[in-house]
Design a protein around this ligand. Structure first.
Ligand code: C2E
Ligand code: CA
Ligand code: CA
Length: 402
């Protein structure tokens, strides 16, 4: 038999703030009492259950032997599965749990280790228990370092836009570009957003990222006004940024050429009924002469009512829908239907993820206006983009002369 350890569980009610906001404090109190009761029932003589404050609880098991912790965890998680009746509804409450054990009862240490395990439990999607390990501590240190790098990278101008061309579906001539963030990392090379977007999001840096990219785009547009004539530039706009109360003021302080710039908003922004705040920001964006596009249409849950209310200038059909159109008749029909909806609402249609000329032809036949994808070019630096545009202008001149 193993000798007894001391184990501490650190328990946090998931989304407690939302429960309070949505159902009121009386229900919040009910939930806390419900969780307390479950914890008290889960432990046995000699153990301690306590409320640490707010929606945080702890369970101390001073003589943890024979899988006792697992039994306690099991009991807690099973009990949480039955819903609490709230009025005529049933509320299911979930908890995240951090677990730490030691041979000696250094409570301060156990508390900080279980807290770290709890942080990982939340980070890994909540409604779960995680057991502290030394790797957690080093992972956290690495993550803090990365977040610090990202902050300084933003401040030092290491994050700049690459541009991917968009072409007219009939002539295949460039009519727009999308700005896509790239981190020119001092040691790791050029990093795509997959490597830093969630880091930015966890650390509340996405709105700043969007701002940095927009400023760089405006500077690029100014430096080469003539080559970019007739070419629209699209910039991605996160939900955070759309929520930013300062957005209008910031946009007002920039020199934005009207009719040249679009913001791409991800589809899921329209899932929720828009807050007044977001509505005002969208109106302000329009008043600055910036177009609105819905990004990744078909990947989330854009509501048709949302589209009707918002009247974006264009929608971008998600590449997941675009890719299968050569083999799949239903996919082709779906894209055709989206084109019809867009037409009914007077919106332009862009297809993204267009990887072959065969795709391009089918999409043009379906009535899509603008194409973007590897078939026409990968995201490239501003210098490469302008070289390409110059080359194409030259070829067009020669074609005209000939
Ligand atoms: P997105 O807005 O859907 O951007 C298109 C992504 O698809 C880009 O990836 C692009 O490189 C990739 N792509 C383009 N053509 C093709 C194709 O033919 N086939 C395939 N398989 N992929 C293609 P990237 O640059 O890695 O960007 C990923 C995502 O990161 C973007 O998806 C966008 O949501 C986000 N993002 C990029 N820059 C910013 C930014 O400045 N702010 C915010 N908030 N998000 C950004
Ligand atoms: Ca986009
Ligand atoms: Ca997209």
């Amino acid at each position: 038999e193993e000798s007894a350890k001391v184990t501490l569980l650190h328990i946090d009610v998931d989304h407690f703030k939302e429960i309070n906001d949505r159902f009121g404090h009386a229900v919040g109190d009910l939930v806390l009492r419900h969780v307390s009761k479950i914890l008290v029932e889960a432990i046995s003589a000699g153990d301690v259950a306590a409320r640490l404050g707010g929606d945080e609880f702890a369970v101390l098991i001073p003589k943890d032997e024979c899988d006792k912790t697992n039994a306690v965890l099991d009991h807690i998680q099973k009990s949480l599965e039955s819903p609490i009746p709230v009025g005529d509804q049933a509320l299911i409450v979930c908890c995240s749990i951090g677990v730490a054990s030691a041979m000696s009862a250094d409570l301060a240490k156990l508390l900080s280790q279980s807290d770290l395990a709890l942080y990982h439990a939340k980070r890994n999607g909540r409604n779960r228990a995680e057991i502290f390990s030394d790797e957690m501590a080093s992972a956290l240190a690495t993550e803090r370092q990365l977040a610090q790098d990202l902050r300084s990278g933003l401040a030092l101008g290491q994050i700049r836009p690459f541009y991917q061309v968009q072409v007219d579906a009939k002539s295949f001539r460039v009519n727009g570009v999308e700005a896509l963030a790239r981190w020119h990392h001092p040691t790791r090379g050029i990093l795509a957003p997959a490597h830093f977007l969630s880091l930015a999001s966890y650390n509340g840096l996405v709105a700043e990222l969007d701002d940095v990219i927009l400023m760089a785009v405006l500077a690029d547009m100014q430096s080469l006004e003539s080559q970019l004539e007739g070419i629209r530039v699209s910039v991605n706009l996160s939900a955070d940024r759309l929520n930013d109360p300062e957005l209008i003021t910031k946009l007002g302080s920039y020199d934005i050429p009207p009719g040249r710039l679009s913001f791409e908003l991800i589809e899921t922004i329209f899932l929720d009924s828009l807050s007044d705040h977001v509505r005002q920001n969208i109106e302000a964006i329009k008043s600055f002469g910036i177009d609105i596009e819905i990004d990744d249409l078909g990947s989330g849950h854009a509501s048709l009512l949302g589209l009707l209310e918002l009247r974006p200038d264009r929608v971008k059909i998600d590449r997941q829908l675009v890719m299968p159109i050569l083999q799949s008749v239903p996919s082709r029909r779906l894209v055709g239907s989206l084109v019809d909806i867009a037409r009914a609402l007077d919106m332009g249609v862009i297809a993204e993820g267009v990887e072959t000329i065969e795709h391009a032809k089918v999409l043009a036949d379906l009535g899509v206006h603008t194409l973007q994808g590897y078939a026409f070019g990968r995201p490239q630096s501003f210098a490469d983009l302008t070289a390409r545009l110059e080359q194409e202008a030259l070829e067009a001149d020669i074609a005209c002369a000939g």
